[in-house]
Design a protein around this ligand. Structure first.
Ligand code: PNS
Length: 192
C-alpha cells in the first residue's frame, strides 16, 4: 500500500507538520455501504467563508467529516500547509478532522476511510474542471463526489481574489473568518 507519514517544514523552518502520503489501493470493499463519512478537500490558500459554508453543511449531513488540505511540494503556496491546517482547525473547532495530504486524493480518502468527496460549486465555470476531477476519482477508485451549491452569498469568492485583495491592502474581514483575516494581515504586513 505504501502509506506513510512524512514531515514537512513550515515556511520559516520552525516547526513541522505530518502529511499523509497515501499509497494505491481500491475502494471495492465499501461498495454498497451507506455514506457516513465525507472528505472536503482543497487548497484552502487561504480558507474562506465559502469553504466554511460547504464544510459546515457537510458536517450537518455526514457523521464524520475530514478536511483534506493538499500539500503540493512542487508549488509555493501563500500559506504553508501547516498554517492552512491550523486555520481550518480553529474554524471547525473539533467538529471535523483537518489533515494535510500529499499525493492522490483517492488514496488519502481510502486511508481516512471516507465514503465520498464533497465539493462546493460556485458557478457553472467551476463545473467543467470539477466534473473532470470527479470522473477521474471515480475511474481511479470508484470514489463518488457530491456537489453542494455554494451559498449565493459567497459565489463570487475565491482564495486567489482574497489573496489579491489582502496583498493590495483591501479589507477582507467580511470574506474570511476572523482568524484567517488576522493571518492575512500578518502575512502582508498590515498587522496593526
Ligand atoms: O481547492 P482546490 O484547489 O480546488 O482543490 C483541488 C484539489 C485539492 C481537490 C485537487 O487538486 C486534488 O484532488 N489534488 C490531489 C491530487 C489528485 O488526486 N489529483 C487528481 C485529481 S482528479
Amino acid at each position: 500500500m505504501g502509506t506513510k507519514i512524512a514531515q514537512i517544514k513550515n515556511g520559516s523552518g520552525m516547526s513541522e507538520i505530518n502529511v499523509l502520503i497515501a499509497g494505491h489501493g481500491t475502494m471495492d470493499d465499501r461498495k454498497g455501504a451507506t455514506l457516513t463519512a465525507a472528505l472536503c478537500p482543497g487548497s484552502f490558500d487561504p480558507p474562506t467563508n465559502g469553504h466554511l459554508d460547504v464544510i459546515n453543511r457537510a458536517i450537518e449531513v455526514f457523521d464524520r467529516v475530514v478536511v483534506g488540505v493538499v500539500h503540493n511540494p512542487s508549488k509555493t503556496p501563500f500559506f504553508v500547509a501547516e498554517e492552512r491546517v491550523a486555520m481550518l482547525d480553529e474554524m471547525v473547532a473539533g467538529r471535523a478532522e483537518v489533515q494535510a495530504f500529499e499525493g492522490l486524493l483517492v488514496d488519502f480518502a481510502r486511508v481516512k476511510k471516507v465514503d465520498v468527496v464533497v465539493k462546493g460549486l460556485r458557478a457553472i465555470s467551476d463545473f467543467d474542471f470539477e466534473l473532470q476531477m470527479a470522473q477521474m476519482n471515480y475511474t481511479l477508485a470508484g470514489m463518488e463526489t457530491l456537489f453542494i451549491p455554494t451559498n449565493p452569498q459567497w459565489s463570487y469568492l475565491s482564495s486567489s481574489l482574497v489573496r489579491e485583495v489582502a496583498r493590495l491592502g483591501g479589507d477582507v474581514d467580511t470574506l474570511v473568518p476572523d482568524n484567517v483575516a488576522k493571518a492575512l494581515r500578518a502575512k502582508v504586513g498590515k498587522d496593526e
